[in-house]
Design a protein around this ligand. Structure first.
Ligand code: MG
Length: 378
């Protein structure tokens, strides 16, 4: 479905504020002034992400992901942000647009007061993490551009320490898994395999017919019995798996903690945590955490979660949803802090709006341009 048709049929056209189309946004925007003082102007527009392949995990399959593109214009600069809403996140184009319509940035004259601005955005509702992330990412992009520096540099991080990214292979038939593995085996240094249905062994053995690359495994809460899960983890280690994500339901903390205690591989929490405030509740129950901007409200909180994990002696990975290079690049600026990066969401879609982070020899290459370093695609 074309973007314009989508706006029309979803009845959200009235919510897409003035400010020009997202894709044709280069060039100076007319200053927006209140009382003679320049203010930030927020605009947004739904943008549906088209997946290259049907994507299947333990709980669902899909071919598109709903998203909303956001921009903040100020003093001739444009910061880009993005909300991506896979079904399990419980947010929609409508909920994101309703939230963004309530965000009034015109009350702030200085975009560098990020604490004040983002605290205000966070205070507008209890949830809406993806919508909040979209504003946070756009504000970071904007302020980085105003400073003339890329965000990894503002944080004091070495872009040479950005890790290899995993590339995800979803649950599928052996023929499709074989084909996908052949396609990506020479391009990446580590693959991530979705498991948690009843064909885990078949998935792993099929991939092992093609490649001996290290594998990360994500059960997406799909395992139901902790002893069987632990037995499988021992087998996975023999098969060259190096880490496991969210083995059992987030609602069974004791079982996940028991697996962590006995596991020969590091166990990472994903669905069990969303934001900084959730982290004390999983202390000791996992070896590491998967930080995703769409869950945690953006770059500001993601950095704090990574700092918390380091202080607690826990490991860190950065993950993503299916996203354009906008949100994936935002997370990539933090990736030098991580033990693992799972930042392939932009590689899974066919209608990316930006050039940003790239993958060379399997490693993440961060753009050195100011802000997020995005270039809108014509
Ligand atoms: Mg996961």
């Amino acid at each position: 479905m074309q973007r314009r048709e989508f706006i029309k049929t979803s009845g959200l056209a009235g919510l897409a504020l003035a400010g020009g189309s997202i894709t044709g946004c280069s060039g100076r925007v007319k200053p927006y002034k209140v009382g003679g003082v320049e203010r930030m102007r927020l605009s947004f527009e739904p943008y549906e992400l088209q997946l290259r392949h049907t994507f299947t995990v333990a709980s669902y399959s899909r071919t598109t992901t709903p998203g909303v593109q956001v921009r903040i214009d100020y003093d001739g600069f444009t910061g880009h942000g993005e909300a991506s809403m896979p079904p399990y996140l419980g947010q929609s184009v409508e909920s994101v647009c309703n939230f963004l319509a309530r965000v009034d940035l015109s009350q702030f004259s200085d975009p560098f007061r990020m604490e004040e601005i983002l605290d205000y955005v966070d205070s507008l509702s209890e949830g809406d993490s993806a919508a909040k992330a979209a504003v946070d990412i756009a504000l970071h992009d904007l302020t980085g551009q105003l400073l003339g520096q890329p965000w990894y540099r503002i944080w004091g991080l070495d872009p040479g320490k950005a890790p290899s990214t995993t590339f995800t292979i979803g649950i599928d038939t052996p023929d499709v898994v074989r084909e996908k593995t052949r396609e990506c085996a020479g391009l990446y240094n580590i693959l991530k395999v979705k498991v948690g249905l009843d064909n885990d062994e078949q998935m792993i053995r099929t991939i092992r017919e093609i490649t001996d690359l290290p594998l990360a495994v994500d059960a997406n809460q799909g395992w139901k019995d902790r002893q069987k899960a632990l037995d499988e983890i021992y087998w996975l280690k023999e098969m060259g798996v190096v880490m496991v994500e969210q083995p059992m339901s987030k609602d069974r903390p004791e079982d996940n903690a028991w697996i962590t205690e006995h596991s020969p591989l590091p166990i990472y929490a994903d669905e069990a945590i969303q934001r900084l405030r959730d982290l004390p509740s999983i202390r000791g129950a996992y070896h590491g955490i998967n930080i995703k901007l769409m869950k945690c409200t953006g770059m500001r909180e993601a950095y704090r979660m990574a700092a918390w994990a380091r202080a607690e002696g826990m490991r860190t990975m950065f993950g993503c949803m299916t996203e354009t290079s906008c949100a994936v690049t935002a997370a990539a600026h933090l990736s030098p802090l991580a033990d693992f990066a799972d930042l392939d969401g932009n590689l899974l879609i066919s209608n990316d709006l930006f050039e940003g982070v790239t993958v060379r020899g399997g490693r993440l290459i961060l753009p050195s341009r100011p802000g997020l370093g995005l270039i809108p695609r014509g």
